[in-house]
Write a protein that binds this ligand. Structure first.
Ligand code: ZN
Ligand code: ZN
Length: 142
């Protein structure tokens, strides 16, 4: 069979991710090591290349990758998303950017200065206000 069962493309055109190694190749992470190290390598890449620094975990038994939202200085739980192999690179990128957006939103909602308004959604935090005179809408690093 020369057709991919997942995307329907001819195998030579298919860019489905079937294994952690397929994914690693897309991120120029070396694959000549164990899956734990490969997953770490992908994680480092994603942490560096996303605005919020998403996290990455791989569950070998369930063939599932988990992309977690991250927001420096924020202690609460943040949602993430999972994908089970096989999936396309586009699907993976969509999940990463969606989770990245969550991390950035939480950052904006929690990194205001003392003069910025208090966050309703995250009690105890201030949300960055673009019009804040004290921090000039820059917020502060917690
Ligand atoms: Zn395919
Ligand atoms: Zn402020």
């Amino acid at each position: 069979m020369s057709q991919c069962q997942y995307c329907g493309e001819h195998r030579s055109n298919c860019i489905c991710m079937r294994t952690i190694s397929d994914l690693a190749e897309q991120f120029e992470v070396p694959t000549d090591t164990d899956t734990g190290k490969i997953a770490e390598g992908i994680g480092r890449r994603l942490f560096k290349t996303t605005e919020s620094g998403v996290t990455f975990a791989y569950d070998h038994r369930n063939r599932t990758v988990h992309i977690g939202a991250y927001c420096e200085g924020f202690d609460g739980e943040l949602d993430g998303q999972s994908l089970t192999f096989p999936f396309t690179l586009d699907e993976f990128r969509d999940v990463v950017s969606e989770v990245d957006r969550v991390g950035c939103e939480v950052w904006d909602a929690t990194h205001g200065c003392e003069e910025c308004p208090e966050s309703v959604e995250y009690p105890g935090y201030h949300m960055i206000s673009a019009g804040c005179e004290a921090c000039k809408g820059e917020g502060v690093i917690l």
